[in-house]
Design a protein around this ligand. Structure first.
Ligand code: TYM
Length: 332
């Protein structure tokens, strides 16, 4: 039997190149190799209190962009998390077994607390528990994610194993972060520090739906510096980030060419950024075309969401029934 894959994307905005290289790029191959569940994590997005209109608009963006990546709704299961209430039920059970100390130690929780000290809600604290429920509900073993989600996968294994021990079973298999390459990906942003992300401001991320002119403008404005002052000088973070971006979007030859110019102190950042922008445009263009096409088709989106919810619930209901029985809920 094929192994099960679960992939989730938070519905907090349009997809960027980080999401693409971290998770989305290999969806077509994945759906042939594995039994795949692709879902839109809209419950997770509630931690930031979106308005009803924003919530719906963002779910729609991610649905369209999932489909534009080549997912076939017949071959795999594509659904919206809030359409599958069994996930929220499993989240409740797993919460009984998730401890304050370990949740507070999670790196992403600490980052969120630092970024938004006025909104430290319980949903944020138990975010990794909901994520574990997303994965365990289909008993998945493989989870395509970027490097930033590695710790969440470790927590999902902890919660699944703890449930197994408590109920003396081997019910949940262990899920692992998965990528077709040997390493998990971390795509940097354009602002000179850290990863590309939706919450880091518009200028930091290149979206799959950005038009070529927008991409050129963003890349030309990316943080750089006055250039190397010595041959073979180590690169400061903003420059290393741009090279890392080139590594994901450009050919090996192009990268080697600019590495050599940098090392010889002959690099001109204007030319370098121009090339980077053009290669980003080449990467995103086919996705963008499909996004524009699919976004027009409300009837298709409605049908995909409905069909996906049915398929996902079938698998989720089976798990919940077995979990309830293991916990000891019995009908009178
Ligand atoms: P989210 O929505 O932040 O990101 C979706 C996917 O994109 C990857 N990603 C990146 N990869 C490399 N470089 C980057 N700069 C970058 N930015 C984002 C993420 O690693 C992720 O794979 N908690 C998840 C959503 C989620 C989930 C799940 C994922 C909820 N439940 C169950 C898998 C399984 C998140 O916030 O991803």
């Amino acid at each position: 039997m094929k192994e099960t894959v679960v992939s989730g994307i938070r519905s907090t905005g349009k997809l960027h190149l980080g999401n693409y290289y971290g998770a989305v790029k290999n969806f077509v191959q994945m759906q042939n190799d594995y039994n795949c569940y692709f879902f839109i994590a809209d419950l997770h997005s509630l931690t930031t209190h979106p308005t009803p209109a924003d919530l719906h608009g963002n779910i729609r963006h991610v649905l369209v962009e999932y489909l534009a990546s080549g997912i076939d709704p017949e071959n795999s299961t594509i659904y919206i998390q809030s359409d599958v209430p069994e996930i929220a039920e499993l989240y409740l059970y797993l919460n009984m077994n998730a401890y304050m100390g370990e949740l507070e130690r999670s790196t992403s929780f600490k980052d969120k607390v630092r970024a938004n000290p006025d909104n430290v809600n319980a949903g944020l604290l138990t975010y990794p528990v909901l994520m574990a429920a997303d994965i365990l509900i289909h008993k998945a073993t493989k989870v395509p994610v970027g490097k930033d989600q590695e710790q969440h996968l470790e927590m999902a294994r902890t919660f699944g194993n703890r449930f197994n021990r408590l109920y003396n079973s081997e019910y949940f298999p262990e899920p692992y972060a998965f990528s077709y390459s040997d390493k998990l990906v971390k795509v940097p942003g354009l602002d000179g520090k850290g990863k590309m992300g939706k919450s880091e401001g518009e200028a930091n991320a290149v979206y799959l739906s950005d038009d070529p002119e927008t991409i050129r403008k963003k890349v030309m404005k990316a943080v750089s510096d006055g250039g190397p002052t010595e041959e073979n000088q180590p690169k400061p973070e903003p420059i290393q980030n741009l090279f890392d971006l080139m590594k994901v979007v450009s050919s090996a030859d192009t990268l080697a060419h600019f590495e050599e110019l940098y090392n010889k102190m002959q690099i001109r950042y204007g030319d370098f950024k121009k090339q980077l922008a053009e290669d980003m445009i080449i990467t995103t263009a086919p996705m963008r075309e499909r996004i524009l096409e699919i976004a027009k088709d409300d009837a298709y989106l409605r049908q995909v969401a409905k069909h996906g919810a049915l398929k996902a619930r079938e698998s989720a209901q089976k798990t919940i029934k077995e979990v309830r029985s293991l916990i000891g809920f019995k009908s009178f």
